[in-house]
Design a protein around this ligand. Structure first.
Ligand code: BES
Ligand code: ZN
Length: 642
């Protein structure tokens, strides 16, 4: 294996107080605090940040599409406590070529034993710092085979079919498979990067681009980026492919393959309005640009809130902006999640629940109250269903996860939907104006810092409740955050939000009467989803055939609607849906769709299991490692989890 000699990106910095001076703009960077409370302890990192911590990451990497790995150096700024003689980094399969100090002197290191998902520690001896608390270490490395953060795509997996593509997904603990740093959301770092790729590929990252790409010979170009805000390292992201850019507004735009760009640009036409709505509610957008990239369909999520560059599934494109709740959601993370970030994976609701709430507020501003009320009703119903299925006393229905669970394995509804319902409840008890002022204050006070549930509640008590014991009782805060089920004060969705649809659901259940084709076509996507979600569990072939004929479900241009149709059809062993499902599962890699469809097939037993096995044999290779791990577990696939 070839390792490039460590290249020093900067001169050795002057080390003063708690600050380092280095980096492209040579600006002094402030160092984000480390929380030391019990609630902030992350069991999924090897790092010992109170001993020695990373404050800045400088990557100098080549994207090697042949070998399917990244390779180069990471130069880390490290701040160490007096007397600390080593720093512990996280790795997942990284191949280390050597580690030096800032002057090129070799440093000793050991690599510990590997644990599934968590990976292995790299323990680096810090050597003699000459008394300084800060110094640099330079790691020459390559990502290991099958690094789970990176998906390398063959040309056939892209829209254009001509060029390869790669993208990273850092959340939850995947970035340690391509970046040797302290991979914990409570250890915030600034970063910069220089990434090379073969022509004509374009590299994009979750930071601000620095200048134009430069030729580096061998048919390659180098692209430079910087992120001067302290961010949790799971938010460092890269993608490269045959990409073009379209402006959407003064600070926003979209990257996509040329084949996808026109539709993407059209679907994202409301972006500037969405940003303005977010700002009017919860304060300035603090990241400079808000760009998005529409990825190939194997991207395993709907969206990922990488700062300055949201990553999106192409499956959200419906032609009518009806799935733009996704954009409101990822944008909302610019406040909740990216500005204030959970210190540990057990506080998932602080990122995702608060974001779902802000998503609904932005939706209300831009798309109006009826649409926001409908989305709230869908959230409430999803929460109520999850609580019913799991049991109201199931610990997995608590927002703050009671035990150390895998960062990937949380009951979604207890985080996303319960978070929304909680904050809606508080908003309605204290009044919108007062609540918004408090939430804005919360983001300001903890901007670019890690937070915990106990900090959120303490801040609410200090700055919102302010000693009002009657209000304290009415809010039931601890029950919401630490308790299971749905607290009794939960704000109810408006009964009228889906009045027409709920009547249609009742008519179908009572007499088998379907909505007229024209009625169905006049419904919003949320209304169509509501209808499909409320259908009776058991439907026979005649029911399903009539439904598809009258409502055109299998031809829906909205993938959320198409998915719900396929789920209902497969659950009921409807043969004509098998080729439709096969086509969908070959075209879409988003886990939210893929996993439940395989589950539905599997749950039927003799009817669906051979079908699932046959389809999966064909589609598995195209799925992202995350989706693959989830479906492997459903089908009991050999080597499940890998
Ligand atoms: N940050 C999440 C995705 C995520 C969560 C990745 C946890 C890994 C671990 C993202 O913001 C998200 O919530 N995406 C949703 C969007 C939906 C709720 C609108 C998705 O992908 O479906
Ligand atoms: Zn989210």
């Amino acid at each position: 294996m070839r390792f490039s000699a460590p290249v020093l990106a900067f001169t050795v910095p002057f080390l003063m107080g708690g600050c380092t001076t280095a980096g492209p703009a040579d600006t002094a960077r402030s160092i984000a605090p480390i929380l030391t409370t019990e609630q902030a302890r992350d069991e999924f990192t090897y790092a010992q940040p109170t001993e020695a911590r990373v404050t800045h990451v400088a990557l100098d990497l080549d994207l090697d599409f042949e070998a399917r790995r990244v390779q180069g150096t990471a130069t880390l700024d490290v701040t160490a406590a007096p007397g600390a003689d080593e720093i512990v980094l996280d790795s997942n399969g990284l191949l280390i070529g050597g580690i030096t100090d800032g002057r090129g002197n070799a440093l000793g290191y050991t690599i510990g034993e590997s644990v599934p998902d968590k990976g292995e520690p790299i323990i680096v001896e810090l050597g003699d710092s000459g008394g300084a608390s800060s110094r640099k270490i330079v790691i020459s490395y390559a990502s290991g085979p099958d690094a789970p953060a990176l998906q390398w795509l063959d040309p056939e997996q892209t829209a254009g079919g001509e060029y390869p593509f790669v993208f990273s997904q850092g959340q939850a603990i995947l970035n340690r498979s391509w970046i040797p740093t302290q991979d914990s959301p409570g250890i915030r770092q600034t970063w910069e990067a220089r990434i090379t790729a073969p022509r004509p590929l374009t590299v994009v990252m979750s930071g601000i681009r620095q200048g134009q790409p430069t030729d580096v010979g061998g048919g390659r170009r180098a692209f430079e980026f910087a992120m001067d805000n302290n961010i949790p390292p799971y938010l460092i992201a890269v993608a490269a492919g045959n990409l073009e850019f379209a402006d959407l507004g003064p600070r926003s735009g979209v990257w996509a393959e040329p084949e996808v760009l026109p539709a993407a640009r059209q679907e994202l036409g409301d972006t500037e309005q969405l940003i303005e709505a977010g700002e009017s509610l919860f304060g300035d957008y603090r990241w400079g640009r808000y760009d998005m990239i529409v990825l190939p369909p194997s991207f395993p999520y709907g969206g990922m809130e990488n700062p300055t560059l949201t990553f999106l599934t192409p499956t959200f494109i419906a032609g009518d902006r009806s799935n733009n709740g996704l954009i409101a959601h990822e944008l909302a993370h610019s406040w909740s999640g990216n500005l204030t970030t959970y210190a540990t994976w057990r506080d998932g609701w602080l990122n995702e629940g608060v974001t779902s709430y802000i998503e609904s507020r932005i939706t209300e501003e831009v798309y109006g109250k009826p649409r926001a009320e409908q989305e709230y009703a869908l959230s409430y119903a999803a929460l109520a269903n999850a609580v019913e299925e799991n049991g109201a006393d199931n610990p997995n229905t608590a927002m703050r996860s009671p035990a150390a669970i895998s960062p990937f394995d949380t009951v979604g509804e207890a985080i996303y939907d319960k978070g929304t319902v909680f904050l809606r409840t508080v908003e309605n008890i204290v009044g919108r104006e007062r609540f918004d002022a408090w939430l804005t204050q919360w983001f300001d006070a903890h901007a670019f810092q890690p937070v915990t549930s106990e900090m959120f509640l303490a801040d609410m008590r200090a700055n919102l409740i302010d000693g009002d014991s009657d209000l304290e009782d009415r809010l039931m805060l601890d029950e919401w955050v630490y308790g299971t089920g749905i607290p009794s004060n939960a704000w109810q969705p408006e009964a009228t939000a889906f009045a027409a649809v709920d009547d249609a659901v009742a008519a179908y259940a009572r007499a088998g009467t379907l909505p007229a084709t024209r009625t169905w076509e006049g419904w919003t996507a949320a209304e169509q989803r509501r209808f499909l979600e409320e259908l009776p569990e058991d439907l026979d072939d005649t029911d399903l055939a009539a439904m598809d004929r009258q409502l055109g479900l299998s031809r829906s241009g909205n993938n959320e609607v198409l998915f719900l149709w396929l789920q209902a059809a497969l659950r009921n062993e409807y043969d004509p849906a098998v080729p439709q499902a096969e086509a969908f599962l070959a075209r879409v890699g988003r886990n939210k769709f893929v996993e439940p469809l395989f589950r539905a097939l599997w749950a039927t037993g003799d009817w669906g299991r051979p079908v699932a096995t046959r389809i999966y044999a064909r589609t598995r290779g195209g799925y992202h490692s995350f989706t693959r791990g989830r479906v492997d577990a459903v089908l009991g696939y050999e080597g499940a989890g890998g």
